[in-house]
Design a protein around this ligand. Structure first.
Ligand SMILES: [Zn+2]
Length: 265
């Protein structure tokens, strides 16, 4: 029952949201991507105005081999991080709406905004890590990201490890070519398989293994609802596709789900 409706008008969108709300689910799983954080002023990467759409070389900069091989790549990534505004970002309406629900939230984002909105830490599975910390490449101990970014803003290309001085810091998030934490992904996948519905929000679903969560949902007969401004490779197999502004659609969807009996926290 594919209901992909490009150019959906407001009434149709509202009807679809009400229809989803009527499917009372005791267990809800959510997968989010950069599209939920653009309203918080953070960049998206693969959308029509995404960082990597404009500058594909930038995407290659986040590959672990390029990062390891080239100090200028590392310095540029650190400069981008310092300029990203991540440290000052606040949760948006969609983050806050999702925090009302008792749901497992898997996220590709590294901005910590689900937790900042009030979603419990043990319900948020950060598939690509979190950028609140940096990591020392030599002694491997964590270091606060704010200190690293302060050094970058002061003109340091690649912040040094504050403990051993010989090592350099790297972001404590997953780079392309690195394996996401298997335990985190496993917990997210288990929650999807046990759910009655998987809500996918603001992701192009072009990065594995995050997109594999959709495959797991399909295989286990879990309903798949996609909210994204652009088409995704999973639209054809989704139960419903809501093509709209995440900040508008998600709060309405959450209200409808709660009215339909989906548990709140
Ligand atoms: Zn060190």
């Amino acid at each position: 029952m594919n209901e992909t409706l490009p150019g959906l008008d407001e009434d149709e969108l509202g009807n679809q949201i009400q229809e989803i709300g009527r499917r009372a689910v005791s267990r809800l799983a959510v997968l989010t991507g950069a599209g939920i954080s653009t309203a918080s002023g953070l960049p998206d990467f693969r959308g029509p105005h995404g960082v990597w759409t404009y500058d594909p070389a930038r995407e290659q900069d986040t590959h672990r081999k390029r990062y390891a091989a080239d100090p200028s790549v590392r310095a540029r990534l650190w400069r981008d991080l310092a300029a990203s505004g991540m440290a000052d970002a606040r949760p948006g309406a969609a983050h806050r709406a999702l925090a009302r629900l008792r749901a497992s939230i898997a996220t590709q984002n590294v901005d910590g905004l689900h937790q900042a909105a009030g979603s419990p830490v043990d319900q948020v599975h950060e598939l690509h890590g979190n950028l609140s910390m940096a990591r020392r490449t030599q002694c491997r101990r964590p270091a606060p990201m704010v200190d690293a970014l302060r050094a970058v803003r002061a003109g340091v290309g690649e912040p040094p490890c504050p403990a051993c001085r010989t090592g350099r810091l790297r972001p404590d998030a997953v780079l392309f070519g690195e394996h996401p934490n298997r335990d985190v992904h496993g917990r997210a996948a288990n929650a999807v398989r046990a759910a009655g519905l998987l809500l996918v929000i603001g992701t192009s679903l072009r990065v594995r293994p995050a997109a594999d969560l959709c495959t797991a949902a399909i295989e286990c007969g879990v309903g798949l609802v996609i909210v994204n401004a652009e088409p995704t490779p999973y639209d054809d197999v989704a139960s419903v596709v809501l093509r709209g502004d995440v900040e508008v659609v998600v709060p309405q969807l959450v209200t409808a789900l709660v009215a339909g009996g989906t548990p709140t926290r």
